[in-house]
Each structure stands twice: as structure tokens, then as C-alpha cells.
Design a protein around this ligand. Structure first.
Ligand SMILES: Cc1cc2nc3c(=O)[nH]c(=O)nc-3n(C[C@H](O)[C@H](O)[C@H](O)COP(=O)(O)OP(=O)(O)OC[C@H]3O[C@@H](n4cnc5c(N)ncnc54)[C@H](O)[C@@H]3O)c2cc1C
Length: 542
């Protein structure tokens, strides 16, 4: 007979509390909805918290929505509880994984090279090193400290360092970001990965807050501690060290025996390749080494910036609420129609800044970042639509060629010094020039530019239809206070490295593990981190 466990954890879903109600009200509410006797309760934790600012029937009713996990005596049952489970209000909480040394399989005597110190590479290194594997972590960019110096020099001289920049270096592409941490997947390792950051100084609520973000300034205090913890487990860091090729023992499957880098050879038993979405030369290198790559769809569009108050008014109804709830964010979707492709907002940075997200000279691409306080007074986000091989060709690097052509045309339209073309949303819709787009937070400044003409027609039409739709949710969104700044072309990568679904190795290779955004299997900090951790586990189990 199966033994009843001492305790079981039940998740109570969608508990609503008013924005001025204290969180302490949750315990009683969760027990009531789940029909759980307080005497049977052994513990409680918040699994998810989100703010619902949607209007219903024209009425705005702001409230927090929680999922709450209740640890309950194994034998507990009641009529209300059984009915709550049947109706789906309550379900067993998902299993959670662990990154603790004691809980990992032990594999000493193996040596793995991890290429890329972004979230994909860092979390892969975390898992491998705690399992006793000797890890060499290689990144073409600098450590946090020297990367900062390289960026300051870029802003001063307007000449980017192609090796160490906003995309390349310790922490990867998200090091200068809003540090949003949601993966939108229920992954068993998600909580464990987030707890690593909490142990390095991130606020505890990142584990459950659906709007969790760290902010660039805080991230820069966390990363050195993360690095220290990796070093404690023997990880060797190789900064300013570019992967230039693989030594391959041909066979079926082929086996990588060493990684060639700008600083010499690194022999290894396996390679975890996490180069991010902008390592275009690395993809070329991998193709030459016989790794199979495919073109994949990616997001293309513009950044839009507004006064933060315009967004707060649209989301909260009352700008004063931003003091109580924090400045507001949005996540808007236009499903397409009337011949227009779908479009959506992405990577929204409340109280943030627009940055030049590039690694190569002569190309222009924007993205957003913010500090923990979200205090710039301006809100920005990408408005993007999807382009796929149908639009740009199905050769492995056709998407890259297409991206580069557009980035070059925006660069030139801005005067070839990283000034970005800008146009108000209302002029974009009216298809006319904005003589003076005013000031934005974009680091290198903006100038008047015909974004409506620079974008491919398909993107222009989708974004125009989306702006009109979003203006209904946030009044003024598509008005003269909304400033479009372009181009936004690297919200996701245009290439996928083909990998075997069961072993997670590159097709035709026994020990090459492509991971993260550059491999085409992640989009965002958390999803890249989880992909890296999963592939590290796949290697340990192989
Ligand atoms: C400005 C900005 C803001 C963002 N904001 C957010 C956000 O708020 N939330 C979110 O979830 N996501 C955000 N993103 C996206 C997020 O940063 C990426 O999805 C994530 O970093 C991808 O992780 P990764 O490990 O796959 O690759 P990356 O983080 O891109 O790391 C790849 C690393 O590989 C190195 N590399 C490349 N080629 C080589 C080579 N040949 N040899 C050695 N090293 C190499 C690079 O130097 C780089 O450090 C943002 C991105 C940017 C640019």
C-alpha cells in the first residue's frame, strides 16, 4: 500500500486581494477557498503575485492576484477541499528542482568549456561546477569592470569595441537591462535559479512577483557575487577570449576534443555553446565546422517612448497610485487582422532609458534598460512583429543578412554616428515627418527620421495597426507624446542551431550542446538560464 506523505503542498490559484489590503490577509483567504483547516496547515508561501489593471465592462478594478502554496498534513481532506480540487481552484503544487551540491549527480574528472558568460552560460557553469566538473568559462567580452570602461569609451568616442560592449562581456546581453526575470514557463528549476540571485543580494520577491525585475544598478552588485560563487566551485574565467573554432574528431556522431580560442587551445570532454543572439561571426564559424544551423523567425520593429505619467494614467487611472504600486508597465498585444500581421509590445522598461544595443560598427539597433528605482520619468518598450524565412529567405544566415541591411539603413538615416531616427507616433500614422522629435532618453540622441519609410512595409502596417489598438487601452499611446525610435531588431535571434530533442546535443555531435538565445532556444534572461541549466543536466546524465 502507498504510504501517505507527511505533508503535501497544494497551490491555491487566483486569489484576489484589494490593492490596499495587507498581504497577511492571504493565509485566511487561501485556507477558506481551499477548505483547509488552519490546524492542518504546516506552512505557506507565495508562488505568484501579479497586478491586474485590466478594465472590465468599462470599470477599472485594480487588484493583486496571487497563487499561494499551502503545505498541509498529508492525510487532510474535507468536502470543500475536494470540491476546490475538482473545480481547478486548487491543484497539487508542481515539483521544484534544486541546484544544491548535495542534490546534484557527482562527475569529477571531466572538463567542459562553456562559451558565453550570459545567463545561459553562467547557469550551465553553476550546475556543472557544483557537480564536480572542471569548467572553463570563455567570453569574448570583458569582466564587468572592464566592460563598463569599454562602454564609457563607446559613449565618448562613438566607436564601439566589437568584442566588449553592451551585448558582449560578463553577464551577457542582459547586464545592462531592466533585469526582468519572468520566463512564462512553469519550469521545475525556475525557483532554484531565482534563489541563486536572491542569495547574491536580489530582493526576495523576485521569486514570485510576476513583474519581478532587478535593474541594471542592482544587477551590477549581484554579478560579482555570482562570479565569486562560481570561482569557489573551481570555474576558471577567460575574459577577452573569443571562441574561434572547434577541434573535431570526425565520426558518427562527431566529437569535439578542444576549443580554439583567441588565447589558445582548451581541450575538453564537452562544449556548451551559449553565444547569444548577436555573435554573427560565431555562427559563421560553427557552419564552417559542420554544425547544422537553420534560419528562424525573429522580432522586428521599433522602440516607443512616452512620459511615464501617460502610462500610469492609462494603467491606473490615477497617476498618484504609482507612488503606492510602483510605476506601471504594460504588455500589449494586437492579434492582427485586415491584412496586417500581429504585433506586440516587448521588453517594457518603466522609468528606464533607450540604449544602443550593438556590437558592430555601422549598424544601429535599440533596446531598453532601467535601474531598480525606475526613476527616469520615461517609459519605453519595443513594438515588434515577426519576420520569418518567408520574408527573408531560408538560407541559415539569411535572417542575419536581412537584419544587417535594416540596421545599416537606420544607422545611415541617423547620420552615421549612432544618433537614432525618431518620429512621433501620430506622424508615423499620418505618414509625415516629425521636424523636431524632441528629447528622448536614447543615449546617443535622436534626429528627425522617416521610420514609416525605413521599415519594411509589412512591419510598418502591423505596427501602425497595433498603435491604434493600443491607444484604446492607454489613451495617448499613439499620440504626439509617443516617440518611435528605431530600429529594434534583436529582441530575438534569427538563427537556430539544430539540436537533438532528447540529448540536447547539436545534430551529428555527441558532446556539443548549443544553448540559450544564440542557439535559438530561449528569449530572455530566465529562459536562457533555464536552457543552460537543462543542457548541463543533460550532459551530467549522458
Ligand atoms: C539592452 C537589453 C535589455 C534586455 N532586457 C531584458 C530583460 O529585462 N529581461 C529579459 O528577460 N531579457 C532581457 N534582454 C534579453 C536577454 O538579455 C537575453 O535574452 C539573454 O541575455 C540571453 O542569454 P544568453 O546566455 O543566451 O546569451 P547572452 O546573454 O547574449 O550572452 C552571450 C555571451 O556570449 C559571448 N560570446 C559570443 N560569441 C562568443 C565567442 N565566439 N567566444 C566567446 N564568447 C562569445 C558574448 O560576449 C556574451 O557575453 C535584454 C537584452 C538587451 C540587449
Amino acid at each position: 500500500m502507498e504510504k501517505t506523505p507527511e505533508t503535501r503542498t497544494w497551490r491555491v490559484l487566483n486569489l484576489e486581494i484589494k490593492i490596499d489590503e495587507p498581504e497577511s490577509a492571504l493565509r485566511a483567504a487561501a485556507c477558506r477557498v481551499a477548505g483547509i483547516d488552519r490546524d492542518a496547515l504546516r506552512g505557506m508561501r507565495i508562488a505568484r503575485k501579479s497586478l491586474d489593471a485590466r478594465r472590465r465592462g468599462g470599470e477599472r478594478r485594480l487588484r493583486f492576484v496571487y497563487h499561494v502554496d499551502l503545505v498541509v498534513e498529508g492525510r487532510f481532506s474535507s468536502v470543500v477541499f475536494e470540491s476546490a480540487v475538482r473545480s481547478g481552484k486548487v491543484r497539487e503544487a508542481p515539483e521544484t528542482g534544486s541546484l544544491d551540491v548535495e542534490k546534484l549527480p557527482h562527475r569529477s574528472g571531466l572538463r567542459v568549456v562553456v562559451v558565453g558568460a550570459g545567463p545561459g552560460g553562467m547557469y550551465a557553469a553553476t550546475v556543472l561546477s557544483r557537480a564536480g566538473v572542471q569548467v572553463d568559462l570563455v567570453d569574448r567580452g570583458g569582466s564587468l569592470e572592464s566592460r563598463g570602461t569599454d562602454l564609457v569609451a563607446f559613449h565618448r568616442t562613438r566607436a564601439p569595441n566589437p568584442e566588449s560592449n553592451l551585448l558582449f562581456g560578463e553577464g551577457g546581453a542582459g547586464t545592462y537591462s531592466d533585469g526582468k526575470l519572468y520566463s512564462r514557463v512553469d519550469h521545475p528549476l525556475e525557483v532554484a535559479c531565482l534563489e541563486e540571485l536572491v542569495e547574491c543580494g536580489a530582493p526576495a520577491e523576485i521569486v514570485y512577483d510576476s513583474r519581478a525585475h532587478i535593474g541594471t544598478d542592482r544587477l551590477h552588485r549581484i554579478l560579482p557575487l555570482f562570479r565569486e560563487r562560481l570561482a569557489e566551485h573551481g570555474v576558471r574565467f577567460h575574459w577577452n577570449c573569443r571562441m574561434e573554432g572547434l577541434e573535431i574528431d570526425p565520426g558518427a556522431p562527431a566529437r569535439v576534443t578542444a576549443v580554439r580560442t583567441s588565447l589558445g587551445h582548451l581541450p575538453c570532454d564537452a562544449v556548451l555553446m551559449a553565444p547569444g543572439h548577436s555573435a554573427r561571426d560565431t555562427w559563421e564559424r560553427l557552419l564552417r565546422d559542420g554544425v547544422e544551423l537553420q534560419a528562424k523567425p525573429f522580432q522586428l520593429g521599433v522602440r516607443i517612448e512616452h512620459p511615464q505619467e501617460l502610462i500610469d494614467r492609462g494603467r491606473y487611472g490615477d497617476v498618484a497610485l504609482a507612488k503606492q504600486l510602483g510605476v506601471s508597465a504594460y504588455n500589449l498585444v494586437f492579434k492582427g487582422g485586415s491584412g496586417c500581421a500581429p504585433a506586440h509590445s516587448f521588453c517594457m522598461c518603466p522609468g528606464g532609458r533607450i540604449v544602443a544595443s550593438i556590437n558592430q560598427a555601422g549598424e544601429l539597433c535599440t533596446n531598453g534598460m532601467s535601474n531598480a528605482a525606475h526613476s527616469s520619468g520615461r517609459a519605453n518598450a519595443a513594438i515588434v512583429t515577426t519576420f520569418g524565412p518567408r520574408e527573408f529567405g531560408d538560407g541559415a544566415l539569411d535572417g542575419v543578412l536581412f537584419q544587417r541591411g535594416l540596421e545599416k539603413s537606420f544607422f545611415e538615416a541617423g547620420g552615421s554616428d549612432y544618433t537614432a531616427p525618431a518620429q512621433t507616433a501620430s506622424d508615423f500614422l499620418a505618414r509625415r515627418e516629425t521636424p523636431d522629435p524632441g528629447r528622448t532618453t536614447y543615449t546617443f540622441g535622436v534626429c528627425s527620421g522617416r521610420i514609416d519609410e525605413l521599415l519594411p512595409q509589412r512591419a510598418r502596417d502591423a505596427i501602425a495597426a497595433a498603435l491604434v489598438r493600443f491607444d484604446r487601452t492607454i489613451p495617448g499611446f499613439a499620440g504626439p507624446e509617443g516617440i518611435l525610435v528605431g530600429l529594434e531588431s534583436r529582441s530575438s535571434g534569427p538563427v537556430r542551431v539544430v539540436r537533438e530533442p532528447d540529448t540536447r546535443t547539436a545534430r551529428g555531435f555527441s558532446n556539443l550542446y548549443p544553448v540559450g538565445e544564440g542557439a535559438g532556444y530561449a528569449g530572455g534572461i530566465m529562459s536562457a538560464a533555464l536552457d543552460g541549466a537543462d543542457s548541463a543536466f543533460a550532459f551530467l546524465e549522458s
